[in-house]
Ligand binder design. Structure first.
Ligand code: COA
Ligand code: AMP
Length: 641
């Protein structure tokens, strides 16, 4: 254990706060609820009458957008910056005060109402990192519509799957996104997705960016600027605390993503609480999460959390490196006087690769910078130490999931820091009863790795169910260990109660902080006419943490060259899932290693590719298949040295 520079506390009040929550969970959340503006208060804090389904703050009425914007305008923050859009890829920095953002949002909400969108209707938002994306999210919240943001790096098939499932009235999009060295036209991807989708939206609202003009389809597509210019502002609509605020699709074990539902009331309470108690950020300060609005981090900590808390949030359209150099993050922190910064370890590894000695760090005045949070994947100790040394601020790894929407395990900076143990996310936060269970459902002793679960009920802010899929919610998360939510992460607790989250127990991989399903990639490979069988595993990557590696067995009699088929497969994954999958390597093998019962030994393949020791499983059908894999992987440079 070591203590972070500048932090000498050995005792944190995090433990005391946790104990308060254990003693009176409902009282704890009722008190946190006092920080929120409600139109009508709750009948009871928690409705536990229908386990395993739990609802927070039933009977209450609230509006998320009102709490994010109007409340602050009415209570002294009208002229404070609410959002700073910083876009090195377009050379733009633009600031919106709380009043300006409220007005933009109210106008766009009016535009949506004008198109017939109302309470409970779904709106898909497929946009790059522009302020209009946040405006669209908040506008939905304002009128009680349910938004579903789809990450711009996903291709048409992924978007189509989400359209078919969410059945939106309207899709809000833009003419293009801008990557480091190319403009990505979004409209062709959108049009193709709508063509593929089982249900069609009535309208598409398209933001035309100067870099690319998208052709609009008459009768279906509307221009954002024209529409909002003519729109009347819409007022906030009270909704039930238990009504859905948004659906966020996330990778599951198959090609069909899971629609995580977030409600209004619990989400407001949990996120507001997290800003001060976890992130230790005061209203008025600048808070920056360098993520994308398409991910849970972007929802919770670019838009909602900081605005609920009266912070200035930064919306950054750029990369950690290449826009223009590895000092990009430090430039933003310095220029906007960011106090608390949050990103993924992969971004820091990319910066460290290009600026190992921190020369770019020293070019900037980071005097306002206080705490640095990392999440999205486990932070390896090397990255943590590098960041601590270069930045001279506490570096806090914290663990959460799209499903929970806010941290499960973290060193609560706002409650005084616990000593840092590199590689651990510290302790469970109040609200989460985290246990480590063995296969038989028994709790494991300290230091023993098992399935990490959370005892029900989950705290406010976590998913109450999956969209249109209560059954899937139960089967995916609640049936493995009745009474517990299965995180699908493996790890252990140490003698001090610290959590060590070491990896997934399912086929989800984490590629540059992006959560992806190898099962979905296998579905794509299996659809190739020449492929008989396939497996995709996540293998270690120095920068991205993990990247997918494909193995295929070809059908008998296939005459095309393995290289040509490999190119097809790489292209198909890019086309169907998207470039973010970073699927670049696929090898052809004669057979896949399997157990006698036919289960592919993906874990063993992964160990071979990573150059880790492995045991030949006693149940293996054909041990020689492992030698073949070892030989073939060596031809493409695995294991990496
Ligand atoms: N729209 C279109 N394409 C996108 C995209 C978007 N919104 N986001 C990414 N892509 C494309 C990229 O252009 C790239 O395409 P290429 O294969 O043609 O080069 C591909 O998807 C992979 O992108 P990315 O994952 O960004 O990898 P990279 O190699 O360009 O950069 C990092 C590596 C580490 C710098 C980058 O992944 C990063 O910043 N990661 C942090 C992620 C993060 O914040 N996650 C949120 C969790 S907190
Ligand atoms: P996502 O839903 O995209 O946020 O991904 C959630 C998953 O990322 C978790 O289930 C973990 O597997 C992994 N993860 C996120 N943060 C951490 C962390 N700090 N430590 C270890 N794993 C993490």
């Amino acid at each position: 254990m070591h203590t972070t520079p500048g932090i000498h506390a050995t005792q944190s009040i995090q433990d005391d706060v946790y104990a308060q929550w254990v003693k009176d969970p409902e009282g704890f959340w009722a008190e946190a609820g006092e920080a929120i503006h409600w139109y009508k208060r709750w009948n009871r804090v928690l409705d536990g009458s229908r386990p395993p389904f739990y609802r927070w703050f039933p009977g209450a009425e609230v509006n998320t957008c009102y709490n994010a914007l109007d409340w602050h305008v009415e209570h002294g923050r009208a002229d404070q910056a609410a959002l700073i859009y910083d876009s090195p890829v377009t050379g733009t920095v633009k600031s919106f005060t709380y009043r300006e953002l409220r007005d933009e949002v109210a106008r766009f909400a009016g535009a949506l109402v004008g198109q017939g969108v109302g309470k409970g209707d779904r709106v898909i938002i497929y946009m790059p990192m522009v302020p209009e994306a946040a405006v669209a999210m908040l506008a939905c919240a304002r009128i009680g519509a349910i938004h579903s943001v789809v990450f711009g790096g996903f291709a048409s098939h992924e978007l189509a799957a989400r359209i078919s499932h969410a059945r939106p009235e309207v899709i809000v999009s833009a003419s293009c996104g801008i990557e480091v060295n190319r403009v990505v036209p979004y409209k062709p991807l959108l049009d193709k997705a709508i063509e593929l989708a089982e249900v069609k939206p009535r309208r598409c609202i398209v933001l035309q960016r100067p870099q690319e003009q998208a052709p609009l389809i008459p009768g279906r597509d509307l221009d954002w600027a024209e529409l909002t210019a003519a729109a009347q502002p819409a007022a906030c609509v009270p909704v039930a605390a238990t009504d859905p605020l948004y659906i966020l699709y996330t990778s599951g074990t198959t090609g069909m993503p899971k629609g995580v539902v977030r409600d209004n009331g619990g989400h407001l309470v949990a996120l507001k609480w997290s800003m001060t108690h976890i992130y230790g950020v005061e209203p008025g300060e600048v808070y920056w999460a360098a993520s994308d609005l398409g991910w849970a981090v972007g929802h919770s900590y670019i838009v909602y959390g900081p605005l609920f808390n009266g912070n200035t949030t930064v919306l950054y359209e750029g990369k950690p490196v290449g826009t223009p150099d590895p000092g990009a993050f430090w430039r933003v922190i310095s220029q906007h006087r960011v106090s608390v910064f949050f990103t993924a370890p992969t971004a820091i590894r990319a910066i460290k690769r290009d600026d190992p000695t921190g020369e770019h760090v020293r070019r900037y005045d980071l005097s306002a910078f206080r705490t640095f949070f990392l999440a999205g994947e486990r932070c390896d100790p090397d990255t943590l130490h590098w960041a601590e040394q270069q930045l001279g601020v506490p570096v806090v790894d914290h663990w959460w999931q799209t499903e929970t929407g806010w941290p499960i395990g973290v060193n609560c900076v706002g409650l005084g820091m616990l000593p840092v143990k590199p590689g651990s996310c510290a302790k469970a936060v109040a609200g989460y009863d985290v246990r480590v269970l063995g296969e038989d459902g028994q709790e494991l002793p300290v230091g023993h790795t098992g399935n990490i679960v959370i005892r029900l009920p989950l705290p406010p802010g976590c998913l109450p169910t999956l969209w249109s899929n209560d059954e899937g919610y139960v089967s995916s998360y609640l049936s493995r260990y009745p009474g517990y939510y299965l995180t699908a992460d493996a790890g252990y607790k140490d003698a001090d109660g610290y959590l060590w989250v070491m990896g997934r127990t399912d086929d989800i991989i984490n590629v540059a902080g992006h959560r992806l399903s190898t099962g979905a990639m296998e579905e794509v490979l299996a659809s190739h006419p020449d492929v008989a069988e396939c497996a995709v595993v996540g293998v270690g990557d120095e920068i991205k943490g993990e990247i997918p590696l494909g193995l295929v067995v070809l059908k008998a009699g296939v005459r095309r060259s393995p290289a040509a088929i490999g190119d097809d497969l790489v292209g198909m994954v890019r086309e169907r899932i998207g470039p973010v999958a970073a699927f670049r390597t696929v090898v052809v093998v004669q057979r896949l290693p399997k157990t006698r019962s036919g289960k592919i030994l993906r874990g063993t393949i992964k160990k071979i590719a990573d150059g880790r020791e492995y045991r030949v499983p006693p149940t293996i059908d054909d041990p020689a298949s492992l030698d073949e894999i070892t030989g073939v992987l060596a031809t493409v440079g695995y294991p990496r040295r």
